[in-house]
Design a protein around this ligand. Structure first.
Ligand SMILES: NC(=O)c1ccc[n+]([C@@H]2O[C@H](COP(=O)([O-])OP(=O)(O)OC[C@H]3O[C@@H](n4cnc5c(N)ncnc54)[C@H](OP(=O)(O)O)[C@@H]3O)[C@@H](O)[C@H]2O)c1
Length: 303
């Protein structure tokens, strides 16, 4: 566990950023960086008397970001536009936020002599089929490239869905299980864990990842249909067809990444430019371990 650092979190008011702040502020100073004043105000009320500072700013605004980085040792880049459909429909905004925003973060971290910076990525970046996934794939590459030309250690971490994150369909379905719910495809299968685990994974990546590494968390899978059955207690769910850019199966490690991929107990590690003569198999929702019904119920409805 990192202790005694000053850590800036972009997207600090988001689901992941909030949980990271909660876990990190006991032993560190945290700077929450995001745009919306109201969300910062609400969060400020919950972190009174804690070592948490709030800075309004856009990640694309390098000047403001550099000022916020003053005195920081560590940067966590969690800010992103992440709605799959909005990113498909407004690729310019997705590009500006997730690609240009990441470049701006990298430049500001370098200029501020940050010791270590981690970019938070998604399984949708593996073999991307969507604008969102492609933007995050580029972010991972930008972090790996930056590491080669900087004293700051740059790395990334990739994982699947945080089941209880804000705006996730599952969170919305749980709030109103009696509404009419349509599934895009009966076979759609995803990786899941909790926001708590998401934050733990980012913190572990800060400790475990070397410069240029992409750390990929091993996760369990579940069919969305099985989640819906648990939430709605219904057997018959209407099917409407896949969204543009949506996959039936999700990869965490894709085929084109295998040659530089090294398997560890809980993670895969992609080492840029280092060939593994005995690469692991692909890791995706076809071959990953599935949650049992009991495990899935506990994940959806934690005690
Ligand atoms: N949720 C998941 O299941 C999941 C899975 C894998 C990876 N991830 C990744 O984890 C990260 C966090 O996800 P999340 O679910 O916590 O997202 P979230 O709840 O939507 O939060 C996003 C955060 O980013 C901030 N933000 C967005 N654009 C910004 C900009 N241009 N400048 C500054 N701040 C900006 C938002 O605040 P303002 O709008 O106020 O600026 C908010 O604080 C993202 O990078 C996402 O791709 C998420």
């Amino acid at each position: 566990m990192i202790k005694g650092s000053r850590i800036l979190i972009t997207g600090g008011t988001g689901s992941l950023g909030y949980e990271l702040t909660r876990q990190l502020c006991e032993h560190n100073e945290v700077v929450v960086y995001s745009r919306n004043e109201e969300r910062q105000y609400e969060m400020q009320q919950q972190f009174k008397n804690k070592a948490v500072e709030f800075r309004i700013g856009d990640v694309k605004d390098r000047y403001t970001l550099e000022m916020a980085f003053t005195g920081c040792d560590i940067g966590i880049h969690a800010a992103a536009m992440k709605d799959l459909i909005m990113c498909e429909e407004q690729p310019t905004q997705c590009y500006l936020n997730n690609v240009e925003g990441s470049r701006s973060f990298i430049k500001a971290a370098r200029n501020s002599s940050i010791k270590k910076a981690v970019g938070v990525s998604t399984d949708k970046a593996a073999n991307p089929s969507s604008v969102y996934g492609a933007s995050k794939y580029i972010m991972e590459k930008l972090f790996a490239e930056a590491d080669q030309y900087s004293k700051t250690v740059f790395c990334s971490v990739r994982f699947g869905n945080m089941i209880d994150s804000r705006g996730s369909l599952i969170t919305i379905w749980k709030e109103n299980p009696d509404q009419e719910i349509k599934l895009t495809h009966k076979e759609v299968c995803r990786f899941f864990f909790s926001v708590y685990d998401g934050a733990q994974t980012v913190i572990q990546a800060l400790e475990l990842a070397n410069g240029g590494d992409l750390l990929i968390k091993k996760m369990k899978k579940a069919k969305i249909l099985d989640i819906l059955k648990i939430i709605t207690k219904r057997e018959n769910i209407k099917v409407m067809g896949l969204f543009p850019g949506e996959k039936i199966y999700e990869d965490l490690v894709s085929e084109n990444e295998l040659s530089c991929c090294f398997e560890e107990d809980d993670y895969y590690r992609i080492r840029q430019g280092q060939i593994n003569p005995n690469p692991p198999a692909m890791f995706n929702t076809r071959n990953a371990e599935a949650f049992t019904e009991d495990e899935l119920t506990k994940l959806i409805y934690p005690e």
